[in-house]
Ligand binder design. Structure first.
Ligand code: THU
Length: 161
């Protein structure tokens, strides 16, 4: 028997310490919370991606009275970006959220389903996505892409074994 230790590196920093290019994507995600349709949870999430070539696309969570029919900000954004710019790899993804009390102090992490979609996007373009989770108190920068947040991933390679 042996153990496998899976490590995740996360850079913790203040918003002010982010690189200007990262701030730009984070600001887009923060702004996107204003377009969130979160009438049920009152939890407004915004996401933004920087694509190859520099375009920034943003999106937000969109809820539904039939709860499971709603979609998270991350998937709304990635699906929109990939459907509008299918030939441009996703380079950076930023996520931000606010409630009725304002922006969250701690970084908001993506849910499991969104992690799986982020993984597929990395595979699709064969590029690691830099993931930035925004909080007013601190931000997390995941430089190594989704494998840091979703270890032991399931992807299409298993389908062909
Ligand atoms: N939500 C997101 O948009 N992204 C996340 O990473 C976590 C959760 C949304 C889904 C739902 O509209 C609301 O936040 C509460 O779960």
């Amino acid at each position: 028997m042996k153990e496998m230790v899976l490590q995740t590196k996360v850079v913790v920093c203040a918003y002010e310490e982010l690189m200007p290019e990262d701030k730009e994507v984070v600001d887009a995600a923060r702004a996107a919370t204003a377009n969130s349709y979160a009438v049920y949870s009152k939890f407004n999430v915004g996401a933004a991606v920087r694509l190859e070539g520099g375009v920034i696309v943003k999106g937000s969570n969109q809820e539904n009275a039939a709860y499971p029919s709603g979609l998270c900000a991350e998937r709304t954004t990635l699906f929109w970006a990939n459907s509008q710019y299918p030939d441009r790899a996703v380079l950076t993804l930023a996520i931000a959220a606010r409630t009725e009390n304002g922006e969250l102090a701690m970084p908001i992490p993506p849910c499991g389903a969104c992690r799986q979609v982020i993984l597929e996007t990395e595979k699709r373009y064969n590029r690691t996505i830099r993931i930035i989770l925004y909080g007013t108190r601190e931000c997390y920068v995941v430089e190594d892409g989704i494998k840091a947040l979703l270890p032991l991933t399931f992807d299409a390679s298993f389908l062909n074994e």
